[in-house]
Design a protein around this ligand. Structure first.
Ligand code: ZN
Length: 325
Protein backbone atom coordinates (compact mmCIF):
# COMPACT_ATOMS: atom_id res chain seq x y z
CA UNK A 1 0.00 0.00 0.00
CA UNK A 2 1.35 3.40 -0.97
CA UNK A 3 0.28 6.24 1.31
CA UNK A 4 -0.13 9.78 -0.03
CA UNK A 5 0.61 12.74 2.22
CA UNK A 6 1.16 16.42 1.39
CA UNK A 7 2.00 18.34 4.55
CA UNK A 8 2.98 17.73 8.17
CA UNK A 9 2.10 20.86 10.12
CA UNK A 10 -0.65 22.64 12.01
CA UNK A 11 -2.59 25.27 10.04
CA UNK A 12 -5.25 27.80 11.01
CA UNK A 13 -7.16 26.81 7.84
CA UNK A 14 -6.84 23.72 5.69
CA UNK A 15 -9.69 23.83 3.17
CA UNK A 16 -8.07 21.18 0.92
CA UNK A 17 -7.39 18.83 3.87
CA UNK A 18 -3.72 18.54 2.93
CA UNK A 19 -2.16 18.66 6.35
CA UNK A 20 -1.52 16.08 9.05
CA UNK A 21 -0.37 17.38 12.45
CA UNK A 22 3.15 16.38 13.57
CA UNK A 23 1.60 14.48 16.53
CA UNK A 24 -0.64 12.46 14.24
CA UNK A 25 2.15 11.85 11.74
CA UNK A 26 4.36 10.53 14.56
CA UNK A 27 1.53 8.17 15.57
CA UNK A 28 1.14 7.01 11.96
CA UNK A 29 4.85 6.18 11.71
CA UNK A 30 4.87 4.36 15.04
CA UNK A 31 1.99 2.19 13.79
CA UNK A 32 3.68 1.55 10.44
CA UNK A 33 6.84 0.42 12.25
CA UNK A 34 4.99 -1.75 14.75
CA UNK A 35 2.19 -3.40 12.76
CA UNK A 36 3.20 -3.07 9.08
CA UNK A 37 6.34 -3.23 6.95
CA UNK A 38 7.51 0.22 5.82
CA UNK A 39 9.69 -0.02 2.70
CA UNK A 40 10.90 2.52 0.14
CA UNK A 41 9.21 3.08 -3.21
CA UNK A 42 12.31 1.66 -4.87
CA UNK A 43 12.03 -1.53 -2.78
CA UNK A 44 8.35 -1.78 -3.65
CA UNK A 45 8.98 -1.57 -7.40
CA UNK A 46 11.85 -4.10 -7.16
CA UNK A 47 9.64 -6.37 -5.06
CA UNK A 48 6.74 -6.15 -7.53
CA UNK A 49 9.15 -6.97 -10.34
CA UNK A 50 10.53 -10.02 -8.53
CA UNK A 51 7.11 -11.06 -7.24
CA UNK A 52 8.34 -10.93 -3.69
CA UNK A 53 7.31 -8.40 -1.04
CA UNK A 54 7.08 -8.50 2.73
CA UNK A 55 3.53 -8.94 4.08
CA UNK A 56 1.67 -5.67 4.76
CA UNK A 57 4.31 -3.61 2.96
CA UNK A 58 3.65 0.13 3.14
CA UNK A 59 5.35 3.00 1.31
CA UNK A 60 5.18 6.64 2.48
CA UNK A 61 5.03 9.36 -0.20
CA UNK A 62 4.49 13.12 -0.17
CA UNK A 63 3.39 15.30 -3.08
CA UNK A 64 4.30 18.90 -3.96
CA UNK A 65 7.43 19.68 -1.89
CA UNK A 66 6.35 21.86 1.04
CA UNK A 67 9.09 23.05 3.41
CA UNK A 68 7.41 21.27 6.34
CA UNK A 69 8.43 17.97 4.74
CA UNK A 70 11.98 18.89 5.76
CA UNK A 71 11.28 20.71 9.02
CA UNK A 72 8.57 18.48 10.50
CA UNK A 73 8.33 15.21 8.57
CA UNK A 74 11.98 14.30 8.11
CA UNK A 75 12.95 14.20 11.83
CA UNK A 76 9.93 11.94 12.51
CA UNK A 77 10.75 9.66 9.56
CA UNK A 78 14.30 9.38 10.91
CA UNK A 79 13.16 8.72 14.49
CA UNK A 80 10.86 5.89 13.41
CA UNK A 81 13.20 4.66 10.67
CA UNK A 82 10.55 4.91 7.93
CA UNK A 83 11.67 5.68 4.35
CA UNK A 84 9.73 8.12 2.16
CA UNK A 85 9.66 9.65 -1.31
CA UNK A 86 8.83 13.35 -1.73
CA UNK A 87 7.55 14.35 -5.19
CA UNK A 88 8.53 17.93 -5.93
CA UNK A 89 7.00 20.46 -8.35
CA UNK A 90 10.27 22.16 -9.32
CA UNK A 91 8.77 25.43 -10.60
CA UNK A 92 8.02 26.44 -7.02
CA UNK A 93 11.58 25.90 -5.71
CA UNK A 94 12.97 29.30 -6.63
CA UNK A 95 9.98 31.57 -6.70
CA UNK A 96 8.48 33.41 -3.81
CA UNK A 97 4.96 32.24 -4.57
CA UNK A 98 2.61 29.80 -2.94
CA UNK A 99 1.06 26.77 -4.59
CA UNK A 100 -1.92 28.22 -6.39
CA UNK A 101 -4.56 26.48 -4.22
CA UNK A 102 -2.95 28.01 -1.12
CA UNK A 103 -2.90 31.43 -2.71
CA UNK A 104 -6.64 31.30 -3.42
CA UNK A 105 -7.16 30.56 0.27
CA UNK A 106 -4.80 33.36 1.35
CA UNK A 107 -6.58 35.93 -0.83
CA UNK A 108 -10.13 35.00 0.18
CA UNK A 109 -10.56 33.01 3.37
CA UNK A 110 -9.61 35.57 6.00
CA UNK A 111 -11.46 38.05 8.17
CA UNK A 112 -10.37 41.19 6.26
CA UNK A 113 -12.54 43.39 4.06
CA UNK A 114 -12.59 42.72 0.31
CA UNK A 115 -14.29 44.69 -2.49
CA UNK A 116 -17.85 43.49 -3.01
CA UNK A 117 -17.66 42.55 -6.66
CA UNK A 118 -14.99 40.52 -8.45
CA UNK A 119 -15.01 40.46 -12.26
CA UNK A 120 -12.57 38.19 -14.05
CA UNK A 121 -11.93 37.10 -17.60
CA UNK A 122 -10.67 33.53 -17.52
CA UNK A 123 -9.78 31.83 -20.77
CA UNK A 124 -11.97 34.23 -22.77
CA UNK A 125 -15.02 33.92 -20.49
CA UNK A 126 -16.30 36.70 -18.24
CA UNK A 127 -17.19 35.89 -14.63
CA UNK A 128 -18.73 38.08 -11.96
CA UNK A 129 -19.10 37.31 -8.27
CA UNK A 130 -20.82 39.44 -5.64
CA UNK A 131 -19.71 38.91 -2.04
CA UNK A 132 -22.48 41.16 -0.71
CA UNK A 133 -22.37 41.40 3.09
CA UNK A 134 -19.49 38.91 3.17
CA UNK A 135 -17.14 41.56 1.78
CA UNK A 136 -17.12 43.00 5.35
CA UNK A 137 -16.83 39.94 7.57
CA UNK A 138 -17.94 40.01 11.18
CA UNK A 139 -15.48 39.82 14.10
CA UNK A 140 -14.37 36.27 14.70
CA UNK A 141 -15.06 35.24 11.09
CA UNK A 142 -11.88 33.20 10.86
CA UNK A 143 -12.60 31.29 14.07
CA UNK A 144 -16.14 30.53 12.92
CA UNK A 145 -15.00 29.33 9.51
CA UNK A 146 -11.89 27.47 10.59
CA UNK A 147 -13.36 23.99 10.21
CA UNK A 148 -14.68 24.54 6.69
CA UNK A 149 -13.22 22.44 3.89
CA UNK A 150 -14.00 21.62 0.26
CA UNK A 151 -15.85 18.41 1.10
CA UNK A 152 -18.51 20.66 2.63
CA UNK A 153 -20.20 22.61 -0.17
CA UNK A 154 -23.81 22.39 1.00
CA UNK A 155 -26.51 25.06 1.18
CA UNK A 156 -25.10 26.77 4.27
CA UNK A 157 -21.78 27.65 2.65
CA UNK A 158 -20.94 31.37 2.76
CA UNK A 159 -20.17 33.58 -0.27
CA UNK A 160 -16.41 33.61 0.38
CA UNK A 161 -16.22 29.82 0.45
CA UNK A 162 -18.38 29.68 -2.67
CA UNK A 163 -16.03 32.06 -4.47
CA UNK A 164 -13.03 30.05 -3.23
CA UNK A 165 -14.53 26.82 -4.60
CA UNK A 166 -15.44 28.35 -8.00
CA UNK A 167 -11.99 29.89 -8.39
CA UNK A 168 -10.31 26.58 -7.54
CA UNK A 169 -12.40 24.83 -10.16
CA UNK A 170 -11.71 27.49 -12.82
CA UNK A 171 -7.99 27.91 -12.11
CA UNK A 172 -7.11 24.22 -11.85
CA UNK A 173 -7.09 23.29 -15.59
CA UNK A 174 -5.37 26.52 -16.75
CA UNK A 175 -1.80 26.72 -18.00
CA UNK A 176 0.57 28.32 -15.51
CA UNK A 177 0.70 31.47 -17.65
CA UNK A 178 -3.08 31.88 -17.84
CA UNK A 179 -3.38 31.15 -14.13
CA UNK A 180 -0.74 33.76 -13.26
CA UNK A 181 -2.59 36.40 -15.25
CA UNK A 182 -5.80 35.53 -13.38
CA UNK A 183 -3.88 35.80 -10.11
CA UNK A 184 -2.52 39.22 -11.07
CA UNK A 185 -6.14 40.36 -11.35
CA UNK A 186 -7.29 38.67 -8.13
CA UNK A 187 -4.33 40.02 -6.14
CA UNK A 188 -5.03 43.52 -7.48
CA UNK A 189 -8.68 43.18 -6.48
CA UNK A 190 -7.82 41.90 -3.00
CA UNK A 191 -4.97 44.41 -2.55
CA UNK A 192 -2.55 41.65 -1.56
CA UNK A 193 1.01 40.93 -2.76
CA UNK A 194 2.15 37.66 -4.36
CA UNK A 195 4.67 36.84 -1.61
CA UNK A 196 4.42 33.41 -0.01
CA UNK A 197 3.62 32.94 3.68
CA UNK A 198 6.52 31.23 5.46
CA UNK A 199 3.98 28.66 6.72
CA UNK A 200 3.02 27.77 3.14
CA UNK A 201 6.19 28.02 1.15
CA UNK A 202 7.81 25.32 -0.95
CA UNK A 203 11.28 23.88 -0.33
CA UNK A 204 14.24 25.84 -1.70
CA UNK A 205 16.90 24.05 -3.75
CA UNK A 206 19.36 23.78 -0.82
CA UNK A 207 16.53 22.42 1.33
CA UNK A 208 15.77 19.71 -1.25
CA UNK A 209 19.40 18.65 -0.84
CA UNK A 210 19.03 18.65 2.98
CA UNK A 211 15.79 16.70 2.74
CA UNK A 212 17.45 13.88 0.81
CA UNK A 213 20.62 13.77 2.94
CA UNK A 214 20.96 10.38 4.63
CA UNK A 215 18.90 7.36 3.68
CA UNK A 216 15.33 8.23 4.76
CA UNK A 217 14.06 10.45 2.00
CA UNK A 218 14.31 10.22 -1.76
CA UNK A 219 13.15 12.96 -4.15
CA UNK A 220 10.82 12.27 -7.07
CA UNK A 221 9.60 14.58 -9.83
CA UNK A 222 6.10 16.13 -9.88
CA UNK A 223 6.37 18.35 -13.02
CA UNK A 224 7.50 22.00 -13.09
CA UNK A 225 4.27 24.01 -12.74
CA UNK A 226 1.86 21.35 -11.40
CA UNK A 227 -0.49 21.38 -14.43
CA UNK A 228 -3.34 19.03 -15.25
CA UNK A 229 -1.10 17.16 -17.71
CA UNK A 230 -3.97 15.77 -19.80
CA UNK A 231 -5.06 19.38 -20.55
CA UNK A 232 -1.72 20.15 -22.25
CA UNK A 233 -0.44 19.26 -25.75
CA UNK A 234 1.88 16.24 -25.67
CA UNK A 235 5.06 18.28 -26.22
CA UNK A 236 4.20 20.61 -23.32
CA UNK A 237 3.56 17.56 -21.12
CA UNK A 238 6.94 16.15 -22.11
CA UNK A 239 8.63 19.44 -21.17
CA UNK A 240 6.96 19.48 -17.75
CA UNK A 241 8.07 15.91 -17.08
CA UNK A 242 11.62 16.06 -18.45
CA UNK A 243 12.45 19.48 -17.00
CA UNK A 244 11.34 18.59 -13.48
CA UNK A 245 13.55 15.46 -13.55
CA UNK A 246 16.53 17.41 -14.94
CA UNK A 247 16.17 20.18 -12.34
CA UNK A 248 16.18 17.77 -9.42
CA UNK A 249 19.12 15.86 -10.87
CA UNK A 250 21.02 19.12 -11.25
CA UNK A 251 20.37 19.99 -7.59
CA UNK A 252 21.00 16.52 -6.16
CA UNK A 253 23.52 15.05 -8.56
CA UNK A 254 21.76 11.67 -8.45
CA UNK A 255 19.37 10.01 -10.90
CA UNK A 256 15.72 10.75 -10.14
CA UNK A 257 13.77 7.59 -10.92
CA UNK A 258 10.22 8.22 -9.70
CA UNK A 259 7.42 10.56 -10.75
CA UNK A 260 3.93 11.42 -9.56
CA UNK A 261 1.15 12.88 -11.70
CA UNK A 262 -0.22 16.23 -10.43
CA UNK A 263 -3.73 15.67 -9.01
CA UNK A 264 -3.27 12.09 -10.21
CA UNK A 265 -6.78 10.84 -10.97
CA UNK A 266 -7.53 9.12 -14.32
CA UNK A 267 -8.79 12.38 -15.80
CA UNK A 268 -5.61 14.31 -14.92
CA UNK A 269 -3.23 12.37 -17.17
CA UNK A 270 -3.55 10.33 -20.34
CA UNK A 271 -1.94 7.38 -22.12
CA UNK A 272 0.35 9.91 -23.84
CA UNK A 273 1.41 11.17 -20.39
CA UNK A 274 2.31 7.67 -19.26
CA UNK A 275 4.34 7.17 -22.45
CA UNK A 276 6.16 10.47 -21.90
CA UNK A 277 7.02 9.44 -18.31
CA UNK A 278 8.40 6.11 -19.53
CA UNK A 279 10.38 7.79 -22.31
CA UNK A 280 11.89 10.28 -19.82
CA UNK A 281 13.62 7.35 -18.11
CA UNK A 282 11.66 7.01 -14.88
CA UNK A 283 11.36 3.57 -13.25
CA UNK A 284 7.89 4.20 -11.82
CA UNK A 285 5.08 6.74 -11.46
CA UNK A 286 2.40 7.21 -8.81
CA UNK A 287 -1.24 8.08 -9.42
CA UNK A 288 -3.93 9.14 -6.99
CA UNK A 289 -6.58 6.47 -6.82
CA UNK A 290 -7.07 4.18 -3.90
CA UNK A 291 -5.97 0.54 -4.25
CA UNK A 292 -3.21 -1.88 -3.28
CA UNK A 293 -0.36 -2.52 -5.71
CA UNK A 294 0.23 -6.13 -6.72
CA UNK A 295 2.08 -8.02 -9.46
CA UNK A 296 -0.53 -7.00 -12.08
CA UNK A 297 -0.20 -3.28 -11.29
CA UNK A 298 1.54 -1.07 -13.86
CA UNK A 299 4.69 0.47 -12.37
CA UNK A 300 3.65 3.68 -14.14
CA UNK A 301 0.22 3.96 -12.52
CA UNK A 302 0.86 2.95 -8.95
CA UNK A 303 -2.26 3.50 -6.82
CA UNK A 304 -2.05 5.51 -3.60
CA UNK A 305 -4.23 5.87 -0.54
CA UNK A 306 -4.80 9.46 0.56
CA UNK A 307 -4.09 9.87 4.28
CA UNK A 308 -5.94 12.57 6.22
CA UNK A 309 -5.28 14.12 9.61
CA UNK A 310 -6.38 10.96 11.41
CA UNK A 311 -5.38 9.81 14.87
CA UNK A 312 -3.53 6.52 15.30
CA UNK A 313 -6.64 4.36 15.79
CA UNK A 314 -8.28 5.72 12.64
CA UNK A 315 -5.20 5.19 10.49
CA UNK A 316 -4.82 1.64 11.85
CA UNK A 317 -8.46 0.91 10.97
CA UNK A 318 -8.05 2.26 7.41
CA UNK A 319 -4.87 0.25 6.79
CA UNK A 320 -6.21 -2.99 8.31
CA UNK A 321 -9.43 -2.72 6.29
CA UNK A 322 -7.52 -2.20 3.06
CA UNK A 323 -5.13 -5.12 3.64
CA UNK A 324 -7.83 -7.49 4.87
CA UNK A 325 -10.41 -6.65 2.17
ZN1 ZN B 1 0.56 17.76 -6.28
Amino acid sequence: MILLYHRVTELPLDPQLLSVTPDHFGEHLEILRKSFNPISLRQLVDGLRRGRLPARAVVVTFDDGYVDNLVNAKPLLRRHDVPATVFIATGYLDGDREFWWDEVERLLLHGRTLPEVLCLNIDGHNFRWDLGQASHPIDGWLEQNRAWNVTNLGEEVGPRQRLYASLCELLRPLTDEARQSAFDAIRGWAGEPAAARSSHRALRPDEVAQLTEGSEVEAGAHTVTHPVLSALPVEAQRQEIVRSKARLEEILNVEVTSFSYPYGTYADYSAATVDAVKAAGFACACSNFSDLADRRTSHFELPRVLIRDWDGDTVTRHLRQAFDA
